[in-house]
Ligand binder design. Structure first.
Ligand code: ZN
Length: 302
């Protein structure tokens, strides 16, 4: 395992920080925090506010009319269309998680047909809260092939070290191709604990040149995000993972959480990636100039 200093040196600590905002998730409700965006206009509005606060990527889930998680591509398409209609070039990452056990495999893959720039790729199974989140080898093979076909960059979500090992097997088989973009989701009940030691061990498993981000669940969100930025990684925040701004105080919005990470990145001396920067870092095709002006600038503001 590399030392922390080696980790900093080899993983590009001078890169701009890509801040991802996980806006809604599958489970949070307005009863828990009224700021959780549920409808498509609310989700798009949250995405725009996060982009203005410095997020380069918005990680999107959608809900049905009862607020229950769904994989309905029409709803995903509406969210993206609303974001684009507002002139934003923020990168839209569509979830294929399907609520960690609430939806079938075929349904979960449906958003891939929209060819989002990024989609989540949950790289293994685990207990998830009181349920089980199944991502079978067969499902991962098919999902990887569909993403490749559609030109979608997988965000390889790893909840524990075995998931990184799964990814290495898929890489060796040619099912996942570089550049690799990993998201470590730490602190799920059933996954790896949200500790710095765990994070460093996960990073040490990655193929050279990989880019990675971390998100901690609940109260681990802020310390893990700061740790990730400190050792050269990128960070995810948002109400999907954590409903609070600090102990006993609900977050006012997704954008409030983004703004805090952006402030801290500034203090750490790392610039914050605009969507243009993030596309370059992740090997995504640049967007046409007409679609890149408004939030490309806003992302640098704070
Ligand atoms: Zn998600």
């Amino acid at each position: 395992m590399p030392s922390l200093f080696e980790t900093m040196a080899t993983l590009g600590s001078t890169d701009p920080v890509i801040v991802s905002a996980a806006l809604t998730g599958s489970w949070p409700t307005k009863a828990q925090n009224p700021a959780v965006p549920i409808t498509e206009p609310e989700i798009a509005g949250a995405a725009l506010a996060c982009a203005a606060a410095g997020a380069a990527i918005v990680h999107v889930h959608v809900r049905d009319d009862d607020g229950v998680v769904t994989c309905d591509p029409a709803r995903y398409a509406r969210v993206r269309a609303l974001i684009e209609a507002a002139g934003s070039d923020v990168i839209v990452n569509m979830s294929t998680g399907g609520g960690a056990g609430r939806t079938g495999d075929a349904e979960r893959m449906a958003p891939i047909d929209l060819a989002p720039e990024i989609a989540s790729f949950d790289c293994g199974s685990l207990n998830f809260g009181t349920g089980v989140f199944v991502n079978s080898p067969a499902f991962l093979d098919v999902l990887a092939a569909r993403m490749t076909e559609r030109g979608v960059r997988p965000e390889i979500e790893c909840f524990e070290p075995g998931h990184v090992w799964n990814a290495l097997r898929l890489i060796e088989a040619g099912a996942l191709t570089p550049p690799f973009w990993f998201q470590f989701v730490l602190g799920v009940r059933g996954g790896a604990p949200p500790t710095l030691q765990q994070l460093v061990q996960l990073v040490a498993l990655l193929p050279p040149g990989s880019r990675w981000s971390a998100c901690g669940i609940g109260r681990a969100q802020l310390p893990l995000g700061v740790a990730a930025m400190t050792i050269g990684g990128h960070a995810r925040t948002g109400l999907e993972d954590n409903l609070y701004y600090r102990k006993g105080e609900l977050a006012e919005s997704n954008a409030q959480l983004v703004a805090r990470l952006v402030r801290i990145a500034g203090e750490l001396g790392r610039p914050v990636a605009t969507p243009v920067d993030a596309r370059r870092l992740l090997g995504l095709a640049p967007r046409p100039a007409s679609a890149t002006a408004p939030t490309g600038q806003a992302g640098q503001a704070p």
